[in-house]
Design a protein around this ligand. Structure first.
Ligand SMILES: CC(=O)Nc1ccn([C@@H]2O[C@H](CO)[C@@H](O)[C@H]2O)c(=O)n1
Length: 103
């Protein structure tokens, strides 16, 4: 069976491959990833595969509940993470923390 796929902005490839970025925060449309399964990671821009990840957990979080701990796991500061989420998901409060490890 082919692997499920997830895409990331290409600029995050180095910190995903180094293991520094261990979560991604997505909206409901991308909350379907299943803990314990393997997912192929591609760039959003060119759909280039660059690694596989194993999904650890998928946890609902509201925008207002985002903490420095989430930011640390994103390898960002909270002051950088919040505007980034607002830019990617304008007006969306209902989010999901997808925790993963490199396969
Ligand atoms: C379709 C698609 O690829 N979308 C996204 C969505 C999010 N992200 C990253 O997840 C974290 C929280 O949102 C931040 O690090 C984002 O930059 C990403 O890389 N790509």
């Amino acid at each position: 069976m082919p692997l499920t796929k997830i895409t990331f902005f290409e600029r995050f490839e180095p910190i995903i491959l180094s293991g520094d970025k261990t979560i991604t925060i997505r909206d409901q449309a991308e909350s379907h990833y299943v803990p314990g399964t393997r997912v192929a990671v591609h760039t959003l821009e060119t759909d280039r595969w660059f690694c596989d990840i194993d999904i650890i957990s998928v946890t609902p979080v509201s925008f207002d509940e985002l903490t420095e701990e989430h930011a640390r796991q994103e390898y960002l500061t909270l002051d950088a993470l919040k505007p980034l989420i607002r830019e990617i998901y304008p007006g969306i409060d209902s989010l999901y923390v997808i925790e993963y490890r490199l396969a």
